[in-house]
Design a protein around this ligand. Structure first.
Ligand SMILES: [Zn+2]
Length: 235
């Protein structure tokens, strides 16, 4: 069993969030022999804009599960999937899902999965979405993680593509870490393209432009002792 410090848990509101936001960082950590765990929360959905089944929850959820499992296999990820209904099945639309306060019972369900997984995996580092742009599902994950993940183990990532237009609200006093991902660009591209139901050809250029503009992928931490735990993102 690897040392706890090499176990990383990445919290992914939806099946594609880690590929889009942290695809290069993930490849970099894999190269540093990290044990990579991803917990995905909102897997039940009807949203698949570039798939013929778009709008059909059962078929879309199945297609997206296949995409995510293929991505996990390809990227050496140990995947856990909750089966929560995403915003599209809870009555939100493309506009109302942005900036809404997550319902208490949704945060509670997310928290239950965070608690169980942190206990099972005992990660040295947990990567949590900042909820840039305020997507209600991302906000639920950020809120739940803030309650349950010890600050020394917690780092936040900027949610893409939202963060390309909306600067995330950063926790007070946090410090930025720029992860160089030039050597992992092709891994990120391939990862993004795995999610063929999500218009990856339109999204990828936006992600790459952001990566070029900021010089990599960005994470933040606030507890000084976390810096030590971020060595998996370097080297
Ligand atoms: Zn998402």
């Amino acid at each position: 069993m690897p040392a706890p410090d090499s176990r990383v848990l990445l919290l992914s509101p939806h099946p594609d969030d880690i590929a889009w936001s942290l695809g290069g960082t993930l490849a970099r950590m894999r190269g540093n022999s990290a044990e990579l765990h991803v917990l995905t929360f909102f897997t039940q959905t009807r949203y698949a804009p570039s798939h013929p089944a778009n709008g059909d929850p059962r078929e879309v959820s199945r297609v997206r599960e296949e995409e995510e499992r293929a991505w996990a296999r390809e990227n050496g990820v140990l995947l856990r999937r909750a089966t929560l209904e995403d915003a599209s099945l809870r009555g939100y639309d493309d506009d109302t899902e942005m900036g809404a306060e997550p319902a208490e019972d949704v945060v509670r369900q997310v928290a239950e999965h965070v608690r169980t997984t942190v206990s099972d995996v005992d990660p040295g580092l947990v990567l949590v979405p900042l909820a840039a742009g305020g997507h209600v599902d991302h906000a639920a994950v950020r809120l739940a993680a803030a309650e349950l993940v010890p600050p020394a183990r917690l780092a936040w990532y900027e949610d893409l593509p939202y963060a390309t237009t909306d600067r995330p609200e950063l926790p007070p006093g946090c410090r930025e870490v720029l992860v160089g991902v030039d050597a992992h660009r092709s891994a990120k591209e391939a990862g993004v393209m795995t999610f063929s139901s999500q218009e990856p050809a339109e999204v990828l250029p936006v992600l790459l432009a952001h990566m070029n503009a900021v010089g990599g992928e960005r994470v933040w931490f606030s507890d000084p002792s976390t810096a030590d735990r971020l060595r998996l993102l370097k080297g």
